[in-house]
Design a protein around this ligand. Structure first.
Ligand SMILES: N[C@@H](CCC(=O)N[C@@H](CS)C(=O)NCC(=O)O)C(=O)O
Length: 252
């Protein structure tokens, strides 16, 4: 049987922006095939790909009928709305749908937007730049906002009050997807311990059948927080340490 859709993405690492789509497909029992011949960042610049996805970005989705869709949040919504768990995932009432949309915006425009430049620097793929401290500040502000929400008594999922797995929605999948790389590469144990509500919720999300598999749970978490200071700060610190070592020697 033909898959529900083919996904074009990197085959060398798990693309965090795709996780919510993979999890939604799993919950809706829709099969997605990741094209094994796709080679990012080469295939996405080829004419065939560009004729279907003119922006040339991944991830992207194509159905057997030839429907082509880019933008990870649109892809996730399409997959969520295409199966029996549609109402659970996208909302059962106008209020639920609005709140789910709110958390999806938050995951895209705060968590992903603010952490991406930090991660790119932390992973050595870009130089430090002047926006890094404010990105860290805004991302931390977002995490605190999330923690506050999840600390509410009885709150299991981001939206609604349905207990058990039926309470999980695209709000949870989107926010979890946006945190994935941060937990893996940036926020070490000491940092994660500041957000017990978030971490308890993360474990709950990973325990949902089909979701943990999509995320590759148990996700290997960051052990040592990368040094996110500017080169000048590191130099200054080094110089100060050098001076104090010298002082120590003089005193001997
Ligand atoms: N808003 C897009 C962002 C996609 C995106 O920026 N993808 C990057 C990889 S993480 C890409 O394809 N870059 C290739 C390029 O810019 O040419 C989404 O959520 O799908």
């Amino acid at each position: 049987m033909a898959p529900f859709a083919t996904i074009y993405t990197t085959n060398t690492f798990t693309h965090a922006r795709l996780l919510k789509t993979l999890a939604a497909a799993s919950l809706n029992s829709l099969s997605l095939v990741i094209d094994p011949t796709f080679n990012y960042p080469t295939t996405n610049k080829e004419p065939d790909f560009l004729s279907k996805f003119p922006h040339g970005k991944i991830p992207a989705l194509e159905t057997p009928s030839g429907f082509c869709l880019a933008e990870s949040t649109a892809m996730a919504q399409y997959v969520a709305e295409s199966g029996p768990k549609k109402d659970q995932l996208m909302g059962r009432t106008p209020e639920e749908r609005a709140l789910i949309a709110m958390w999806i915006c938050f995951s895209d425009q705060t968590l992903l937007a603010d952490s991406s430049p930090v991660l790119v620097f932390a992973l050595g793929r870009a130089e430090w730049n002047i926006t890094i401290p404010s990105r860290i500040e805004q991302f931390t502000r977002g995490l605190n906002r999330l923690e506050m929400h999840l600390q509410q008594p009885g709150r299991m999922w981001l939206v609604g009050d349905v207990e058990g797995e039926e309470g999980l929605s695209m709000a949870d999948l989107s926010v979890a997807g946006a945190l994935y790389w941060n937990f893996k590469f940036w926020l070490d144990g000491e940092e994660r311990a500041k957000y017990p509500g978030v971490m308890g919720w993360w474990e709950r999300v990973m325990e949902v059948k089909g979701v943990g598999e999509a995320f590759g749970a148990p996700v290997e978490m960051c052990k040592v927080r990368p040094d996110l200071r500017s080169p000048e700060e590191k130099e200054k610190d080094k110089a100060e340490k050098g001076e104090s070592a010298g002082d120590g020697e003089v005193k001997k």
